[in-house]
Design a binder for this molecule. Structure first.
Ligand SMILES: Cc1cc2nc3c(=O)[nH]c(=O)nc-3n(C[C@H](O)[C@H](O)[C@H](O)COP(=O)(O)OP(=O)(O)OC[C@H]3O[C@@H](n4cnc5c(N)ncnc54)[C@H](O)[C@@H]3O)c2cc1C
Length: 502
């Protein structure tokens, strides 16, 4: 046993001896949370509710994980999400250690009619995974992926990040679709969609879900799969966090070579319109094993910016040159990094530089085709913004994603060839409004070319827009919301309001 391990174990043992029931380091935080009075919190409808000290003590006693109040160590880290401009203060935070704690938290929230936010990776652009005055269920203690090599499946805990999934699966020569930044949560990404470098080949992340364990609004842990609670299984695949807290995902996996041919080809901003036009044609004709992104980035301070084609070939290596040859014919780029790359390293490569990493305001929509008028509009209105700049990108869709029927899962947007997004970012302390206004007015010129939006990147400006985005699946989603969450306990998401909404 090394020294650090020894010290760690000794500390845990000392805590366990000193504090009855504290069997793990997580319980230390719980034990240090002092409950000295009642708590004023918010209900889902926005009213105030008082939670008595005894009730808090009882909740604390029921948990193996943590109960954090405003003065607890760890509260500030837990309440925050990736987007730094979201600054909310839950009345209480539960960090469950497993499904039983999740059930205790949900039951407590239901009994006290609390506003509930569920946090996995914290990547929600609009900050739905934190809240003011309610209960946040922060799943960060529930991480881990366990691969069954023979069955080609992975069981992934509900608070895991994409990096956990890729790391464990690829070590066994297996993989499933995941997003492009490794610290995105499996929870939010999978329940709302899951676009990524393998989606054209293997479908969305949610198309690869075989089952979930989910705590529904009545506090009951249920299994949902094609054979068990099949209606709930349909709803969670695209219905986001509307139906409960998923404590475990079971994914189907695919054999894949760990090395892919991938990289960025960078062009000067003067070639924006020409490269966009190339991308429009090239992406439409691409085989499923090729995944492309088109990125135009204008940095702050009037610097020239760049246009990037990000390409990932996950097919036969011998065919890569031929498939990627049209890019090579585009003339001398500023840079070209395409070459063999470890898939897991690729999946981490954008962790600090993805335009969405600091994406403080974003508008997005699906496009079925990239017309000349669309490209003109995008190119004409694209301007750099102070502070951290502006980014436009297309994330390629199509392929296997579109071969699933619109009503096979709750995720209906199966006709798009691309997701389009514009992002503006700014530094702390800067007035956000001019940047938000710019993106809204720029997007208003582009929106007419789009058909629906990705719920995982939406800002849910109106309930009507959210409802119609579920297209033909909306009616069935409301029926299932009535069945599984009639009180709309899980409302901080692309909300499907029950028919008797409060
Ligand atoms: C830098 C960055 C990169 C991104 N890249 C991609 C990408 O490549 N592909 C893509 O498809 N999307 C991408 N997204 C969008 C992403 O899918 C959404 O932001 C998604 O909501 C993130 O999930 P999360 O768990 O990190 O978010 P959180 O903020 O933790 O959760 C978002 C919502 O998901 C629900 N939720 C989360 N976990 C659970 C659970 N276990 N049970 C029930 N409900 C739960 C809750 O309703 C919660 O409000 C990206 C976002 C960012 C910020």
């Amino acid at each position: 046993m090394n020294r650090r391990h020894f010290l760690g174990s000794t500390l845990t043992a000392a805590v366990a001896a000193a504090i009855p029931g504290a069997a793990n380091a997580g319980s230390l935080l719980n034990a240090l949370t002092t409950i000295s009075s009642s708590l004023v919190a918010k209900t889902g409808a926005g009213d105030e509710v008082t939670i008595e000290e005894a009730a808090l003590e009882e909740l604390k006693g029921a948990l193996r994980g943590n109960l954090l109040l405003a003065d607890s160590e760890g509260y500030d880290k837990a309440r925050r999400v990736l987007n730094p401009s979201i600054d909310r203060f839950p009345a209480l935070i539960v960090q469950p250690s497993g499904a039983t704690d999740v059930a205790s938290a949900v039951t407590f929230a239901k009994e006290h009619d609390l506003l509930v936010a569920v946090k996995c990776g914290g990547h929600s652009f609009s900050g739905k995974s934190t809240c003011d005055g309610g209960m946040q269920i922060d799943l960060s203690l529930m991480r881990g992926a366990h691969v069954n090599r023979a069955a080609k499946t992975a069981h992934v805990a509900g608070g895991s990040l994409l990096g956990d999934l890729d790391h464990e699966c690829m070590a066994q020569g297996l993989v499933t679709t995941a997003g492009t930044v490794s610290h995105t949560g499996v929870g939010g990404l999978s329940l709302g969609g899951g676009f990524g470098r393998l989606a054209r080949k293997y479908g969305l992340t949610l198309d690869n879900i075989k089952s979930v364990d989910i705590v529904t609004a009545d506090g009951v842990l249920r299994r949902a799969s094609a054979d068990e609670n099949a209606d709930l299984f349909w709803a969670v695949r695209g219905g986001g966090g509307n139906f409960g807290v998923v404590t475990n995902f079971e994914f189907g996996l695919h054999e894949m070579d760990r090395t892919v041919i991938a990289g960025d080809v960078v062009f000067p901003m003067e070639r924006l319109r020409e490269i966009m036009s190339f991308y429009a044609d090239f992406s439409l004709a691409a085989p499923d094993e090729l995944s492309l992104d088109f990125i135009a980035a204008l940095p702050p301070g009037g610097e020239p910016g760049a246009v990037v084609i990000h390409a990932v070939w996950s097919g036969d290596h011998a065919a890569a040159d031929k498939v990627l040859a049209p890019i090579a014919k585009l003339g001398e780029p500023v840079a070209n990094t395409i070459g063999p790359m470890d898939y897991v390293a690729l999946q981490r490569a954008w962790d600090d530089s993805d335009p969405r990493h600091g994406g403080d305001y974003l508008k997005s929509g699906f496009v079925a085709d990239i017309s000349a008028a669309q490209m003109d509009t995008i190119a004409d209105g694209f301007e750099g913004h102070p502070d951290r700049g502006t980014t436009f990108f297309y994330q390629q869709s199509g392929g296997a994603i579109n071969r699933v029927a619109e009503d096979a899962t709750a995720f209906p947007n199966r006709n798009a060839e691309n997701g389009a997004a514009v992002i503006v970012a700014w530094n702390e302390g800067v007035d956000r409004q001019p940047h938000v206004d710019y993106i809204r007015s720029y997007w208003s010129t582009i929106e007419k070319f789009t058909d629906g939006f990705y719920t995982n990147t939406g800002d849910y400006e109106t309930q009507q827009a959210t409802n119609s985005n579920y297209r033909g699946n909306y009616k069935r989603l409301v029926e299932l919301k009535d069945k599984y969450d009639p009180g709309n306990l899980f409302r901080l998401n692309a909300n499907v309001a029950p028919s008797k909404a409060s």
